[in-house]
Design a protein around this ligand. Structure first.
Ligand SMILES: [Mg+2]
Length: 319
């Protein structure tokens, strides 16, 4: 089946742009020249739900032909890198598993980076993506979708046992969150000495359908913050863990990275926290009005309507 293409909003008016501190991207060639690596957020940049955004394949091809390294980063933890690879493939995009960094992978990579003890296990509040990445990393886990149907009968004297060997609770977006999981995670964090509380992301909302915004991973993380009174260690955007990991894994300099995203509080902040150049696209959740609002303090280096605007560099080159 052919992917459905959708177009981003019409170019903004010069009058609207003039009140914004962030300039509209006018010289795509200069931006491309200044970066060796482009990190793209996925939803709202590459696709919207299951629809590819107009001009994406041509843009990625052009950047690759110019020798740029491309990396795709998403806070969505419900899928593993392998599962994301299939999504790219289904949209007709040629992207390898090694180029994809999901927050599910970040959670497993973080635990590996701290040499998480092999006799400890992880309790997962989240979906299959986290479990698949933990498995790939050789880390034992319990919970996740298996606990999705569990109910608690609060009969007098009810006492819940929990595994004393849980050394970390990893919390991500979970469509089957329930009281069992909340209580289990709470017991592990509160009662197991040194148990880590790791969040894949704290996104307030997510775009499960294109009709409205839905409660995001921050809702699940917030519940366990509430019951444990502990702050989680966040491994997804805007935390710099993934950026540091990418820089060291691929041996790239952060000042030569351009982070391209549609969200100010995750993507653009992620780029800025990592010392990268930042480009906001208006093809996702952020409107020009939000960018230019006096309430917004996050200003990217430039903004544009969609990533295919970078194709103008090709026209300059061939002119
Ligand atoms: Mg996005």
């Amino acid at each position: 089946m052919q992917p459905v293409l959708i177009s981003a909003a019409k170019p903004s008016t010069a009058a609207a742009a003039s009140s914004c501190q962030t300039p509209f991207l006018t010289d795509a060639a200069k931006l491309i020249d200044s970066a060796k690596t482009f990190i793209f957020d996925c939803d709202g940049v590459i696709w919207k739900g299951d629809k590819l955004i107009n001009g994406v394949p041509e843009t990625l091809d052009m950047l690759r032909s110019m020798g740029k390294k491309l990396v795709f980063v998403t806070n969505n933890s419900t899928k593993s890198r392998k599962q994301y690879g299939k999504k790219f493939e289904s949209l007709g995009l040629d992207v390898t598993e090694e180029e994809i960094f999901a927050s599910s992978f970040a959670a497993a990579a973080y635990l590996k980076s701290i040499n998480f003890p092999s006799d400890k296990k992880v309790y997962v509040v989240g979906e299959a993506g986290i479990q698949l990445e933990l498995k790939q990393a050789g880390i034992s886990y319990i919970g996740g979708p298996e606990d999705g149907d569990k109910k608690i009968d609060l009969a007098p004297g009810r006492f819940m046992e929990h595994d004393q060997d849980v050394g970390a609770v990893v919390v991500g977006f979970d469509r089957n969150i329930n009281y069992y999981k909340l209580q289990y995670a709470t017991l592990c964090v509160r009662e197991n000495p040194g148990c880590l509380f790791i969040a894949t992301n704290c996104d307030a909302v997510t775009h499960l359908t294109d009709a409205q915004e839905w409660a995001g991973g921050g809702a699940m993380v917030g519940a366990i913050k509430g019951s444990t009174k502990k702050e989680p260690l966040v491994v997804g955007k805007p935390s710099t863990f993934m950026m540091d990991y990418l820089a060291s894994e691929f041996k790239i300099s952060k000042s030569e990275i351009c982070m391209v995203g549609d969200r100010l509080d995750t993507d653009i902040l992620f780029g800025q926290n990592g010392g990268c150049k930042t480009l906001l696209v208006l093809s996702g959740v952020t409107t020009l009005e939000t960018l230019q609002s006096p309430d917004n303090s996050i200003q990217p280096d430039a903004y544009t309507n969609q990533i295919s605007d970078l194709l103008s560099a090709k026209k300059v080159a061939s002119a």
